[in-house]
Design a protein around this ligand. Structure first.
Ligand code: ADP
Ligand code: GN1
Ligand code: MG
Length: 371
């Protein structure tokens, strides 16, 4: 059994913080990595903070490749931000190497740890409190897409194979239903049926990719609102974080995953489904903002498929939560029994809502394209 406290102490010894460490505590609401904020106390100066993370062994089999991607992308973003007159120390993550000079530290249990400066004077929101705030995140993710437009995609490793391969996600769900190792399938038949009824949908974006209608780009692939840090005074997006899944992918998925998580007023694990509704005003605010930054870099077909990005990311995430529930919650961190099933149910509700409002979604996208 992995002992995270022992490993954390080894990691704290492995990095140079430049001042005494006064504490390290769990931080944030990510579902994947083990994240700690480290407080240090330089003499006669304010406390300096760092983000120390153990990369998830369940999600990432090759931390060497993962960190090569992140170092390549953060260096590139930093240079582009500087060229545009921005502040690279604040607007791009910076990988801080361990004392041994490697890109990350491996503890005695095999865990891989990395360190970033804490980006201060920012807020990480868990829900879009206003359309303005959500729009700021849309501009930030749109800008990210644009900044990486010319990044050499062939130098990126695929950190999680088949990450947004929705057909493969459905196949894995079917395998989990078949194996049903914990006997949980009987208790979630409506959710299983919901996913199986949408088998044809799972191929829509992939068929467009195979047909050459949608191009592969360098994308973030995990564009939740809590993966962008917002300025604590202006509310503008400052820094895109959680770069573990920056890989060749579809622009519509980056748009779609933001909508999935942010265009409603509920937490992803809300159990009162009557509260879980797609908010068309939030959808419109994000669409306008995202297109204002990324629009020129996208083709007509990509823009036309944006509603599909929203629906497919939501459907796929529901499939993933359900699969993880069936196999015993081995991938997403959970805080209670049935947590992944609760998360799956909110995704089903949002997919149904998107289906019910499909022509409105298309109309909003058309309205803001080259407006
Ligand atoms: P996960 O993959 O588990 O979601 P993240 O990289 O998103 O891990 O980090 C989890 C949380 O930690 C983020 O949602 C954010 O609140 C916080 N965080 C991560 N990196 C930084 C940073 N450099 N500065 C400030 N907060 C950060
Ligand atoms: C995970 O890492 P985090 O918490 O930002 C997951 C996403 C899911 C999301 C659902 C690497 O995101 O793909 O959409 O949970 N990240 C990975 O909330 O699997
Ligand atoms: Mg995250």
């Amino acid at each position: 059994m992995a002992d995270i406290d022992t490993a954390l102490h080894e990691a704290l010894d492995a990095f140079e913080f430049g001042a005494p460490v006064v504490g390290a505590i769990r931080y944030g609401q990510g579902h994947i990595n083990d994240t700690f904020v480290v407080h240090t106390q330089p003499e006669n100066l304010c406390c300096r903070r760092f983000i120390l993370q153990r990369m998830s062994p369940a999600a990432f089999k090759r931390p060497d490749q993962l960190m090569a991607n992140i170092i390549g992308v953060t260096d590139y973003l930093g240079r582009e931000i500087e060229k545009n007159g921005g502040d690279r120390g604040r607007e791009a993550l910076e990988v801080l190497r361990p004392k041994n000079g490697q890109p990350y530290f491996t503890d005695s249990q095999g865990g891989a740890w990395r360190l970033y400066p804490f980006v201060e004077h920012t807020i990480c929101y868990q829900s879009a409190e206003t359309p303005e705030l959500f729009a700021s995140s849309g501009r930030a993710f749109g800008r990210f897409q644009k900044l990486l437009r010319d990044y050499p995609a062939d130098t990126l490793y695929e950190t999680i194979p088949h990450f947004h391969d929705t057909e493969d996600r459905l196949a894995k769900l079917k395998a989990a239903i078949e194996a049903d190792p914990l006997g949980r399938a009987a208790g979630c038949q409506p959710e299983i049926q919901f996913m199986l009824d949408r088998e044809a949908d799972c191929s829509v974006a992939l068929s467009a990719l195979r047909a050459g209608t949608l191009p592969l780009r360098v994308t973030h692939n995990d564009t939740k609102l809590n993966n962008v840090l917002m300025d604590d005074k202006t509310g503008e997006g400052v820094c895109i974080i959680d770069l573990d899944t920056v890989m060749p992918g579809l622009s519509i998925n980056d748009f779609g995953d933001s909508i999935r998580f942010g265009a409603n007023h509920c937490a992803e694990d809300e159990t009162d489904l009557s509260k879980v509704n797609l908010d068309l005003d939030l959808f419109a605010a994000y669409t306008e903002a995202f297109l204002s930054e990324a629009g020129d870099a996208l083709t007509d077909s990509e823009v036309e498929y944006l509603p599909w990005g929203a629906k497919l990311m939501t459907l796929e995430c529901g499939i993933r939560f359900l699969t993880d529930y069936l196999v015993g919650d081995v991938y997403f961190h959970i805080a209670r029994e049935g947590h992944n099933l609760d998360r799956c149910r909110t995704q089903c509700k949002l997919v149904s809502d998107m289906e019910a409002h499909w022509s409105e979604l298309e109309g909003i996208v058309a309205k803001y394209y080259r407006d």
